[in-house]
Ligand binder design. Sequence first.
Ligand SMILES: *Cc1c(COP(=O)(O)O)cnc(C)c1O
Length: 389
Amino acid sequence: MPNTLMTTYGRLPVSFEKGDGSWLWDTDGRRYLDAISGIAVCSLGHAHPAVTRALCEQAGQLVHTSNLYGIQRQQALGDRLTTVAGMDRVFFGNSGAEANEAAIKLARLHGHGRDIARPAIVVMEGSFHGRTLATLSATGNRKVQAGFEPLVSGFLRVPYGDLEAIATLSKNKDIVAVLVEPVQGENGIRIPNDDYLPGIRQLCDNNDWLMMLDEIQSGLCRSGEWFAWQHSGARPDVLTCAKALGNGVPIGACLARGKAAELFHPGNHGSTFGGNPLVCAAALAVIDTMDELGLAARAKALGERLLTDLHSTLDGVAGISAIRGQGLLLAIELDRPCAELVQQALDEGLLINVTAGQVVRLLPPLILGDDEATMLVDTLSTLIRRFLA
Ligand SMILES: *Cc1c(COP(=O)(O)O)cnc(C)c1O
């Protein structure tokens, strides 16, 4: 039979039909421990009852009207999300890439407001910001860009984690913003030094640049705080989030504060579906549940425990280059490409992900239990030892 799906993904030979908490069941009824959460999306695990209830109730009442009208659920979510994020205002779209598009547009408005005709945004090597034309142009990975030239102009790239490289650009009067991930997710969980975000904050203040954080992967409790910037206190002007916000229902958000929150005016930006009653009901349930269960603290504690356990089972094994993490963004870096580990783990009933060639990435649900954490470490360390032997 011809495949009717465009071949954008190299898919694993498994399909799931049911989920519950940290577990998924495939079409043959086999059970898998999910240590990737649909790439940091299902942070509350699968089929969380609070999200299911919110979706069912809202679907029975009202799914969509339009941003031409007031939307009570969107207002309620805006109030809740800006509070936990420490921001003033929010725009809702339907994905991470769309949230970053809004951020890029804010930066350009900020620049034109300063009479800069060709505003430029500083971006990082190794970054990932999405697959739309502007966000793939901002992305620091040639594989994401190849074949889609001409790229959107107005991005200047520097090495990740290098404050000096950004400071050197202060002479360039076209720069209006810095766009950076607090932890690089797709690039293999790269964690910068503690002074990095405060240093960027200082440079942005000195030069009237917007500090824009892409927290699409790190946000919503995964790093051990509601948002990763809260570890250092370096509050951004613009912050994007998506992935975990709807626990699987598509929603993205671009938040801003201060003057950056006042840049959009009616007609500047929009989205037909953005912030409709259904997705906002789901996202409200997500934030309430994260709050009630104290999942930021849980992610921090569980992340520390997993790091300790991974170190104690894998330290000293030849072929292990690094074990690192912040909250439940975890990585085991090997000295060689290890894409085959994904299939080997699948065969053992464990879902993991390999990114950046030789990094095993773990993004387990924040509701992962202690016994499940033990199973994860046991299964994975056995697999990695076997792979490296
Ligand atoms: C996933 C991701 C994106 C893109 O989000 P989509 O919803 O796939 O468009 C952007 N930035 C980061 C850091 C991400 O992890």
